[in-house]
Design a protein around this ligand. Sequence first.
Ligand code: HEM
Length: 447
Amino acid sequence: MDMLLNPLDRRHRLRCDIPVVPGAFPLVGHLPAIVCDLPRLLQRAERTLGSHFWLDFGPAGHLMTCVDPDAFALLRHKDVSSTLIEEIAPELLGGTLVAQDGGAHRQARDAIKAAFLPKGLTQAGIGDLFAPVIRARVQAWRDRGHVTILRETGDLMLKLIFSLMGIPAQDLPGWHRKYRQLLQLIVAPPVDLPGLPLRRGRAARDWIDAQLRQFVRDARAHAARTGFINDMVSAFDRSDDALSDDVLVANIRLLLLAGHDTTASTMAWMVIELARQPVLWDALVEEAQRVGAVPTRHADLAQCPVAEALFRETLRVHPATTLLPRRALQELQLGQRRIPAGTHLCIPLLHFSTSALLHEAPDQFRLARWLQRTEPIRPVDMLQFGTGPHVCIGYHLVWLELVQFCIALALTMHKAGVRPRLLSGVEEGRRYYPTAHPSMTIRIGFS
Ligand code: HEM
């Protein structure tokens, strides 16, 4: 199938001396191809236009995309800003730390990050909280015999994130509904009328924010209690210039969002890879039997190198965050080009994650590249989580929950004498933007 590009747009155009990829549609630009076929779009643009080119993100405008690995270093550059993220997704990410620079960003991040480091996760008992929830879910899969995998991992992740936030189990259905409506803000057309996604999404956001505000008040009223929200509230209240509750609430909402789709997608890809490569499954089962139980502390993860390699290689081959937007604050040198101040930039993590310049045999799914390495993990080895001041806060949490998930899956299915099997094709229906995920319809059997 050819790419979803406009056959009528064949002009060779330049902006600031850099070529614009042909094939943009009116209003939506290259978005159809970015969403459905990003790897081929980037490869074709590189082959025909070189390492620097403009992609048209429709309502978000043109972003200068650079596939030269030097572009990864822009994420650490002092003259590169994240505020463009707020302009692209004001309804969802406005006022959150992912869209801020400098002091404001540091202050909010410092108040949150300790809870997500291995020590904070262990102190809060997150591994013990997650293990039974994960075990119960994979046992239900075993009993059912087959699942639509992305829907299941999406549900499981929501349950884990809500339990992290201390949302009582009986309130989950209501939260679930509001959360789904909130997600509509990602794709909502800018028309604010009753019944349309923008109106519903905003109402859901206001509902969620009101609940979070109540959690914050409760946390202050019971300061001695432990738990994620309590830790964050006391860290925020301790920070030098007290941060407003609006900032706190927006950032708790960011945590709900940031950890959901990305982890659900990675978890679904893990199961798909285990189903289509029996040797991976056998290696994982052997490891799970050796460790005998789902690990609960970060320190235990060293005993699960196969599960860890599976987590890293799945993310390398199927990175959940594919593109990061930035703005150049000053003129920059990028590879062979000067980039004017004010340029909107796109850093294609997906391209680097599967680049032959950074990985041997990049298209092959190889656990050995992680199992046989002797050097420590470098920033480029975990580039799927970004790098620099905005590197993902959830990295250690994801590592823990995905290893827990792999071990629980292997123990449960092996005990029942079954293994995962693919019941449908994998290539159709993949998506790459705003986050990447496998097709919603892929089914996995356990037999
Ligand atoms: C496989 C799962 C995940 C992937 C691939 C991922 C990826 C990323 C990436 C690429 C960034 C950098 C954004 C940028 O530089 O603009 C980021 C930032 C962030 N992530 Fe994750 N993430 C994942 C899971 C999580 C989880 C579970 C949480 C928390 C519950 C989380 C919380 C955050 C936050 C708060 C930021 C913003 C950090 C900042 O701006 O300083 N992420 N993530």
